[in-house]
Write a protein that binds this ligand. Structure first.
Ligand SMILES: [Zn+2]
Length: 236
């Protein structure tokens, strides 16, 4: 299985790796810094350099624990050593959006009792779905105001790993309404915005809230009884 370097260090921008399988333009590596689409977060893009040729990484998927990199053309072989480089601007925006989603989830749950049902995190515009019976528009403006205050305070974001047994003692770690994924977990990676939100998560995040910059509230939609959707973005 591919070693996922982004889980240990989400700030790693380049690494060398060895190709373990090639199928047309889809390759696997012994280790990678490319985050595959998953957990609501869009995938990374970037480049692979091998034998003085640059290959673009167009999309990245994870299937049964293996990470598949789609490149823009053929020519790579098993055993080739490659230099991987992330499109860091894109990744950093995703890290900022993803951390902002945790911050919002924590505040919406604490103040309104909302339960998150899904999210889609993109570099430019993200959205979060949650269930909530009644609310006032002011409650959302207040939530974003509080979020931006916490961002200014630059609260640290800490990542740690618990055993499944340890993690199950705190069921609040598992924020998504659908909890089926829990039974497949082994060790549980926990992302902690200290004092604000703590949840089990395999995505990439910033080290402290200040990196998010300004969190901007977008449209609030009703997707049916109790089902709400809020759009947000990070700037600049
Ligand atoms: Zn996360």
């Amino acid at each position: 299985m591919t070693k996922m370097l982004y889980l240990e260090d989400s700030y790693l921008k380049t690494c060398t790796a060895v190709i373990t399988a090639v199928q047309g333009t889809v390759i696997t590596l012994d280790k990678t810094l490319f985050y595959p689409v998953g957990g609501g977060q869009a995938c990374d893009t970037g480049t692979l350099l091998a034998n003085n040729t640059l290959y673009k990484v167009i999309s990245v998927q994870k299937v049964s624990g293996e990470i598949y990199h789609q490149v823009d053309r053929e020519g790579l072989d098993v055993g080739d050593q490659v230099t991987c480089t992330l499109n860091w601007d894109r990744r950093h925006r995703l890290m900022r959006s993803h951390t902002a989603a945790h911050l919002l989830a924590g505040l919406l749950s604490k103040h309104l009792g909302a339960q998150i049902t899904g999210n889609q995190l993109e570099p430019d515009k993200s959205r979060m779905d949650f269930s909530l019976e009644t609310y006032s528009p002011e409650a959302f403006s207040n939530t974003f105001r509080e979020a931006n205050k916490l961002i200014k305070e630059n609260i640290p974001v800490k990542v740690s790993t618990l055993t499944k047994e340890e993690a199950l003692q705190d069921t609040t770690l598992f924020k998504l309404a659908n909890k089926q994924y829990i039974e497949h977990l082994q060790d549980v990676r926990v992302v902690d915005i200290v004092g604000v939100d703590r949840q089990a998560d395999g995505g990439t995040h910033v080290k402290s809230l200040g990196e998010i910059g300004l969190l901007v509230m977008g449209k609030l939609d009703n997707k049916g009884k109790n089902n709400r959707r809020i759009y947000f973005s990070v700037s600049p």
